[in-house]
Ligand binder design. Structure first.
Ligand SMILES: [Zn+2]
Ligand SMILES: [Zn+2]
Length: 238
């Protein structure tokens, strides 16, 4: 085992040992089985009245917002319950870049209701993949960690190898919407364990949606009929 891996292993064990009994947000005693205290949970805001297609707040009543009626996304449904700002944003950045894997579980706990209430359930969860080189460097895929927690909560299997990233593309953050689309164009391949008809693609956040749009197009071409996009958080349109 390399020194770096061993270090990671120890950090994770410590995280699991230390996390219970201390609020991850402020360090107070959260009470019960919570990993966040009531005041910190208050800071994790949900998207109000989200559109079922884009996940942004819908100014009208009904399932679909005016923008999606004009120009619907490729996927058939989105669930991305939390607003990508404040504490949620801090936690998702820590989950992505600082190996704070215990945060996957805490955030899933805060976001779980709409996933539970969603019916019919997808057959399988497909995490948005990292390129092999980046996975080796980082040691984990945050989308895979989230998929694992949702799988345990909902009893839906994960197929971690169905989607692969063929090109080691630059990270999307910091790119314009147009650059993001070009960046992920034909970046993915699909080789499922078996033919799926109804899947959920799992990511940490949905920003412009270019990654999940690209993946949805690929899945439809490969015969998947119903694609749901599941993320913990949705970034608002600017
Ligand atoms: Zn707290
Ligand atoms: Zn919409």
């Amino acid at each position: 085992m390399s020194g770096r891996r061993l270090h990671r292993g120890i950090v994770r064990i410590l995280e699991y040992l230390l996390a219970p009994g201390v609020c991850l947000g402020c360090g107070c005693d959260p009470g019960g089985h919570h990993s966040l205290c009531a005041s910190c949970r208050e800071l994790i805001k949900r998207v109000p009245n989200p559109c079922g297609y884009c996940g942004q707040p819908n100014p009208l009543t009904g399932l679909i917002c005016p923008a999606c009626r004009l120009n619907p996304p490729r996927w058939q449904k989105i669930i991305a319950p939390l607003q990508y700002r404040g504490l949620t944003r801090d936690y998702l950045l820590q989950l992505k870049y600082s190996e704070a894997l215990y945060l996957a579980k805490s955030l899933c706990q805060q976001a779980i209701d709409p996933f539970r209430q969603n019916w019919p359930r997808p057959e399988v969860l497909l995490p948005v993949p990292l390129h092999r080189a980046r996975l080796l460097e980082r040691g984990y895929n945050q989308a895979g960690e989230i998929a694992q927690v949702l799988s345990a909560e909902l009893g839906i299997p994960v197929d971690r190898r169905a989607l692969t990233r063929q090109r080691n593309t630059p990270v999307q953050s910091g790119l314009s919407a147009g650059q993001r689309v070009a960046n992920v164009h034909q970046a993915f391949a699909y080789a499922p364990r078996r033919d799926y008809r109804h899947v959920a693609v799992i990511d940490d956040i949905v920003t412009t949606g270019s990654t999940v749009t690209e993946i949805t197009g690929l899945l439809h071409r490969e015969g998947v009929e119903f694609v749901e996009v599941w993320a913990l958080a949705r970034a608002y349109r600017r």
